[in-house]
Design a protein around this ligand. Structure first.
Ligand code: SF4
Ligand code: SF4
Length: 252
């Protein structure tokens, strides 16, 4: 799995990034990418520094709605401290093909000269993303309704790993697999969940029940509440909430 991911990571062509670091927001990533990023930290930083990095207080990014500052970005140099293990989202940033596809309304880099950027076809990009999803195949149910963990950022993955409240039928299997693959237990006693992911997923499951009951006004109001209430979960479920909202309003 790790070898396949590393092979995939070599596929996107490099872009002439100026390294300003302004686009670095806590990336959405799959479980395999999260594991590989954390393994890189463990291999290259002391336990004390790993603790400081992973357990740093998450901060909302003022320039990118629904996003946090990335805790893998060095605060002084603004450089990526896990660069060889950075996620696929980080590797695709800047490529013009992102603008050609409706990729969750991702705001692309505007600092690089478009003419100088490598061309990647939409088919090629879709093939990469589909390979990435194949690597997460054992967790396929979590990448479907009502979980859609494809939108998880680093904070959400940490919450699944550590938060004892999330050790239940909702994320139980995901948590077990994650903990089998990655040993961050030395941080167990120090982790404090700030995302309220447990509460958010509970509200999402409730939302599906309300939609099934046909109470559209309550459903719309709950969608609004979920969207506003859990900023540290990043953009998790934003796209899905929008789809549910469109579906409800189109049937009103
Ligand atoms: S991709 Fe663009 S915004 Fe991001 S660091 Fe490079 S130049 Fe800056
Ligand atoms: S993982 Fe690295 S490249 Fe990706 S957003 Fe964070 S700091 Fe930037």
């Amino acid at each position: 799995m790790r070898d396949s991911l590393n092979a995939l990571y070599t596929q996107p062509p490099p872009v002439p990034c100026q390294g300003c670091g302004q686009c670095c927001v806590s990336p959405t990533c799959t479980v395999v990418e999260f594991v590989v990023a954390c393994e890189y930290l463990l291999e290259n930083f002391s336990k004390e520094n790993t603790e400081k990095i992973l357990l740093a207080q998450p901060k909302i990014h003022p320039n990118y709605e629904g996003n946090l500052f990335c805790k893998f970005q060095d605060k002084e140099t603004l450089r990526c401290i896990i660069h060889p293990a950075r996620t696929m989202a980080c590797r695709l940033f800047g490529l013009p093909v992102i603008d050609e596809l409706d990729l969750n309304n991702i705001e692309n880099c505007r600092k690089m000269n478009i003419a100088s950027l490598p061309k990647v076809s939409p088919e090629k990009l879709k093939a990469w993303l589909s390979l990435l999803m194949e690597m997460n195949e054992p967790l396929a149910p979590y990448y479907q309704e009502p979980y859609w963990v494809a939108g998880f950022n680093i904070e959400c993955w940490l919450a699944v790993y550590f938060d004892p409240l999330l050790d239940d039928e909702v994320f139980g299997i995901l948590k077990k697999l994650l903990r089998e693959e990655l040993d961050l237990r030395f941080l167990e006693e120090k982790f404090i969940d700030k995302t309220e992911l447990k509460d958010k997923t509970g509200k999402i499951l409730l939302l599906y029940e309300i939609i099934r009951s046909g109470d559209t006004q309550t459903a719309l109001s709950l969608i609004d509440q979920i969207r506003r209430s859990y900023p540290l979960t990043g953009a998790y479920y934003f796209e899905e909430l929008q789809k549910l909202q469109n579906l409800i309003t189109s049937h009103q």
